[in-house]
Design a protein around this ligand. Structure first.
Ligand code: AMP
Length: 187
């Protein structure tokens, strides 16, 4: 099972990815989590990415493409994976297509999680209280939503052309979203 979870910040991609990891026994590949670990460990990658992430901007395609390409080669990804937060630009999606082609594998589905922007701002601000994420402030979350609309939302059309998109209402309670995702994959 090779999946992409696509949706704006706060739509619940991370929450659903963690549930699907348990259900399908495949790893979650979150570029955001990998970058946050790099920051915590103060690696050169983390040091380079921190300021960009704190402002809510996207780190360069080269950096995230490299992270994902390397991660996809790990043994635990052989049975499948759930990409969460990658790709985020058409350039990244094209790079991913190239990686998958080189590895001789294909995506099974792209789950588009829809969500209302106003609700998202509230959700992310709530998350900030627990997560300690510097990029969860109201100003930065609005910027991340704008970047989503501009750079990432076009991926829905990109993957629709490949016949991969399944749309799920991300505003439902968590277990209903999970059920909708599982149902969409099974169809
Ligand atoms: P996330 O945890 O997915 O919301 O990502 C948090 C931040 O990490 C984003 O706002 C970006 O600064 C950075 N980031 C994560 N994934 C990507 C990506 N695929 N491309 C560029 N930047 C990313």
């Amino acid at each position: 099972m090779r999946l992409i979870l696509l949706g704006p910040p706060g739509a619940g991609k991370g929450t659903q990815a963690k549930i699907l990891v348990e259900a399908f026994g495949i790893p979650q590949l979150s570029t955001g989590d990998i970058l946050r670990s790099a920051i915590a460990e103060q690696t050169p990658l983390g040091i380079a990415a921190k300021e960009i992430m704190d402002r809510g901007d996207l780190v360069s395609n080269d950096i995230v493409n490299g992270i994902v390409s390397e991660r996809l080669d790990a043994e635990d990804c052989a049975p499948g994976f759930i990409l969460d937060g990658f790709p985020r630009t058409i350039g990244q999606a094209e790079a991913l297509d190239g990686m998958l082609r080189d590895k001789g594998i294909k995506l099974d589905a792209v789950i588009e999680m829809t969500a209302d922007a106003d609700v998202l701002v509230g959700r992310v601000i709530n998350r900030a209280k627990e997560s300690n994420r510097p990029d969860d402030s109201p100003e930065v979350i609005r910027k991340r939503l704008d970047i989503y609309k501009q750079d990432t939302a076009p991926l829905v059309e990109y993957y629709r052309k490949q016949g991969l998109v399944k749309t799920v209402d991300g505003m439902q309670p968590v277990d209903q979203v999970t059920a909708a995702i599982k149902g969409a994959i099974a169809r």
